[in-house]
Ligand binder design. Structure first.
Ligand code: XLS
Ligand code: NI
Ligand code: NI
Length: 437
């Protein structure tokens, strides 16, 4: 088999003192943090689309990156070489999982039948490589946003014919995810949104999207696919108004349409910031509502207002993310998928390794820090103390729904002006910085 990343060996852990850029300084797969190894906690996944199909194009110019595995005029040969390169990369990097869209791994044919035959061929190769290497599928998904037929959405398209095409595509994507033993399946609403209400029936589109999800749930059950379904919120891009704006909007949608038992969230850091939230906020909302599922690890740029999908290197943000995740008991079916791309000038294959090593090291540090924060209960104890009034008989009465507005009035008349207490934000921020060393 050809080697696509020659000169790069399996990436090793060399410890924080190492100066080798192609070694881990913090991620030590088998090292235990609490009762799980780092690998078990973090469940890193490499995404197929940015890492192997992304070539650095932007709105101002085509790709800048030339890869060996693209050097053929036959699209199926390219697909096969890319799959081989991908598994070489996963193995050398030492990740346990990968993620893909149907259209990342195999090119579309002349019609759906030919497209599905192409998929089957590549899936057979992926299956073989998974077995050879032990790398597993974290989740699969369908690309319902690139082809022009989906320009007005897939499950929300004004045309039932497009809705049907998308359904057929999801049917196949579920089958191949199942065949590859996927631990989950993601629905990101690529173009499920709108540009102008002058041409959009919002209510009808939302009803249709719910139907679409119900059909997917039914088919999942029919074929016995046990993987977790996730919705991935994003507020804008590509459409101006995405229906899956943030975790709260998705939760409202799932509740209204009776879908809440079938989905968790896949939270992407850069989507959270696009929605005007922090990564931590989105995860905390999921924790509060039993929606924690999986994570698309990346970051935006505070000076750029779009989904820049950069590799996560901001330790502070990653600590806050891990702090929520660990408090929620960690990943079950999910993992940390690097939905991130190297910059346009990072044209060497080696840059892919630097990018992932940096992201993995950052999350390994964040894991250890968050673990210590929780072991010490520093912030939890502060919060418990701050809310302790609610544990009094009066507080309990309210929480249990046994108090009326008249009771509140009587309490206030008796006790007078409530005492105020400091929120101690600066002290807590200083304490947090003591952990992040
Ligand atoms: C795009 C999304 C996409 C999903 C999978 O912004 O992050 O990559 O993760 O369709
Ligand atoms: Ni994503
Ligand atoms: Ni994204």
């Amino acid at each position: 088999m050809a080697e696509f990343f020659p000169g790069i060996d399996k990436i090793k852990y060399e410890g924080p003192e190492s100066k080798n850029p192609l070694a881990f300084k913090h991620y030590n797969a088998d090292e235990k943090v609490g009762n799980k190894t780092m690998a078990q906690h973090l469940r890193f996944a490499v995404c197929y689309w940015h890492t192997f199909k992304g070539l650095g194009s932007d709105p101002f110019g085509p790709g800048t990156i030339i890869r060996e595995y693209n050097k053929s005029n036959d699209p199926m040969t390219v697909a096969e070489m890319t799959m081989e390169a991908a598994f070489e990369f996963f193995t050398k990097l030492g990740v346990s999982f990968w993620c893909f869209h149907d259209r990342d791994i195999a090119p579309e044919g002349e019609n759906l039948k030919e497209t599905n035959e192409r998929l089957d061929k590549i899936v057979a190769l992926a299956d073989r490589l998974q077995k050879q290497t032990g790398v597993k599928l974290l989740w699969g998904t369908a690309n319902l946003f690139s082809h022009r037929r989906y320009m007005a959405g897939a499950g929300t398209n004004p045309s039932p014919a497009v809705f049907a095409y998308a359904g057929a595509q999801v049917k196949k994507a579920l089958e191949i995810t199942h065949a590859l033993g996927g631990a989950g399946y993601v629905f990101w609403g690529g173009r499920e949104g709108y540009e102008t209400l002058l041409n959009t029936d919002m209510k009808r589109e939302l009803d249709h999207l719910a139907r679409f999800f119900h059909m997917a749930v039914e088919y999942k059950q029919k074929i016995g696919f046990k993987g977790q379904f996730y919705i991935e919120p994003k507020p804008k891009e590509p459409t101006k108004h995405q229906y899956d704006f943030d975790a709260a909007a998705c939760y409202a949608f799932l509740q209204k349409y009776g879908l809440v038992d079938h989905f968790k969230m896949n939270i992407e850091a850069n989507h959270a910031t696009l929605a005007g939230h922090t990564f931590q906020h989105e995860l905390e909302f999921c924790l509060a509502n039993d929606l924690l599922g999986s994570i698309d690890a990346n970051r935006g740029d505070p000076l750029l207002g779009w989904d820049t999908d950069q590799f996560p290197t901001d330790l502070y943000d990653c600590v806050m993310g891990m702090y929520v995740l660990l408090r929620g008991g960690g990943f079950k079916t999910g993992g940390l998928n690097f939905d991130a791309k190297v910059r346009r000038q990072s044209v060497d294959p080696e840059d892919l390794f630097h990018a992932h090593i940096g992201g993995m090291d950052t999350f390994a540090r964040a894991l250890k820090i968050a673990h210590r924060m929780i072991a010490d209960q520093t912030f939890e104890n502060f919060i418990k103390e701050r809310y302790k009034g609610w544990d009094s008989p009066f507080g309990k009465q309210i929480e249990q729904g046994k108090a009326t507005l008249e009771d509140l009035e009587a309490h206030t008349l008796e006790h007078g002006e409530p005492a105020v207490q400091s929120g101690r934000q600066e002290m807590l921020e200083n304490l947090l910085n003591d952990y992040i060393r």
